[in-house]
Write a protein of this length. Structure first.
Length: 463
């Protein structure tokens, strides 16, 4: 029995992922028939060191964030508790729109900064689904049976445009709870109009399910949307998988090419070709997240015409039969080191400094349960990870502002000063002030002007 959690975030900005925060969060839990079971919708105040951009506030219109007493920590703790309750007896499929690029990455950082498991949505049986990526497949292959909206004579894959194309009221677009409702409408439409593709979608939300689908079906298509031209493209591929090569990333071969041209290349020649990347028939595919792919067999079940399908199957079978070729390519990819660039600021180090031990995780749990400032400080002193010590002190400053040590307050005052006055990977205050001025000139709407000025004044007050 499926357990769906549809969620959406509204944030302080849209660019600098390591330094923006959630200001509104909404989620709806639904069953396999998309009937609501539970919902949650809450906002919080900006952290003192967080810049709320005029453009973001103009879009999400959450002026209430400047009046609420709910802290960022209280919101994130509540989200973690609610998700824990909703998945206690049945793991969930966490559904987002553009979540692989944005919402998922944002929420991972919110959890990381607040001493919770960043990987909640794809551990303990939970899986993830980004419907935006699947809409790229639909726009390319299923446009005759699933109406794709046109805006200014160009296709649009914006969520509100897609659901409004099916006569659904989108007046509240960019409100987190409303966007969750739109997601439910969209997945209902996919399940109803494209049942075979919907089944493939559900079967491949987990890494194991996706790998099984890749192994069982020789030919797949990778689809992508080009924002600049508002067009879609797709290329056929076959995965190169062996029992000894089930990595996070797997190599794939673009079947637009003839594999016979590559079978006799030496290890060194293949390595050079793969490293070249441009014009190479080899690509890598992450199996631990939603991909904009569909297998040939699903398209054929749906009577979608696929040109040269027999030739594509023949090419894929040739590759699969050439075990030596597959082993060489897989070994080359397995020898790659996918390293993240070193990050200086602790907010950026979510992927670069390893995972906490079980003992350390238990200390974080004790920290969340502690009621007094003194209890929290005693637990913080036992932390091994200096990043989490700093995050915990920031939490104490939010929750125990009257008791917190003055040196902690001084360091956070300096953090705020630096974030609004110094150059860095965080949002630039002067650029945002200039953007706010431009937005004021572009609108005649008094409500919009009020929102923009709210954001401008919040930045000026922090300089």
């Amino acid at each position: 029995m499926s357990n769906f959690i549809f969620y959406d975030t509204e944030t302080s900005g849209v660019k600098e992922l390591d330094f923006i925060q959630v200001i509104q969060f909404a989620a709806i839990q639904a069953n396999e028939n998309f009937e609501h079971i539970n919902s949650y919708n809450e906002l919080c105040s900006p952290l003192p060191w967080t810049l709320v951009s005029p453009k973001a506030l103009l879009v999400n219109k959450k002026r209430e964030i400047f009046q609420t007493d709910k802290t960022h920590y209280e919101l994130i703790k509540a989200i973690h508790n609610i998700w824990t309750q909703w998945t206690e007896h049945n793991p969930a499929i966490f559904v987002t729109y553009n979540g692989m690029r944005f919402d998922e990455e944002v929420m991972r950082r919110q959890f990381y900064w607040n001493l919770f498991d960043p990987y909640f949505t794809n551990t303990n049986g939970n899986t993830r689904l980004d419907l935006y990526l699947k809409m790229q497949v639909i726009a390319h292959f299923y446009y005759q049976s699933f109406a794709i909206p046109q805006v200014n004579n160009q296709i649009s894959l914006k969520l509100e445009h897609i659901v409004s194309n099916f006569s659904i009221d989108t007046e509240n677009a960019h409100d987190a709870l409303a966007d969750c409702e739109f997601l439910i409408h969209l997945i209902k439409l996919i399940a109803d109009k494209l049942p075979n593709f919907y089944k493939e979608i559900l079967d491949t939300t987990s890494k194991d399910g996706y790998l099984k689908n890749l192994q069982f079906n020789p030919v797949h298509f990778n689809c992508y949307f080009i924002p600049r031209t508002k067009t879609t493209r797709a290329y056929p591929f076959t995965p190169l998988i062996t029992q000894h090569g089930l990595n996070k990333y797997i190599p794939i071969f673009d079947l637009s090419n003839d594999p016979d041209d590559y079978f006799d290349l030496s290890y060194t020649e293949l390595e050079q070709l793969i490293n070249k990347k441009k014009n190479s028939p080899f690509k890598k595919l992450a199996t631990n997240k939603t991909q904009p792919t569909v297998c040939l067999s699903t398209l054929l079940q749906d009577d979608v015409y696929v040109e040269d399908q027999d030739m594509l199957i023949e090419k894929a079978n040739k590759i699969k039969a050439n075990e030596n070729f597959c082993e060489k390519v897989i070994e080359i990819y397995n020898n790659f080191e996918f390293q993240n660039a070193q990050k200086l600021n602790i907010e950026e180090q979510i992927y670069s400094e390893g995972f906490p031990s079980s003992i350390e995780k238990d200390r974080y749990t004790q920290f969340h349960k502690a009621q007094t400032y003194e209890e929290k400080i005693n637990i913080i002193n036992s932390f091994e990870d200096i990043r989490h010590k700093e995050f915990a002190l920031r939490i104490c400053a939010q929750q125990h502002s009257e008791e917190v040590d003055k040196n902690i307050l001084l360091s956070l005052k300096e953090l705020t000063r630096a974030r609004f006055n110094d150059e860095g990977p965080w949002p630039n205050s002067l650029q945002n002030l200039e953007e706010g001025k431009t937005l004021l000139l572009e609108t005649n709407n008094n409500d919009d002007k009020e929102l923009i000025n709210l954001a401008i004044n919040s930045i000026k007050n922090s300089l």
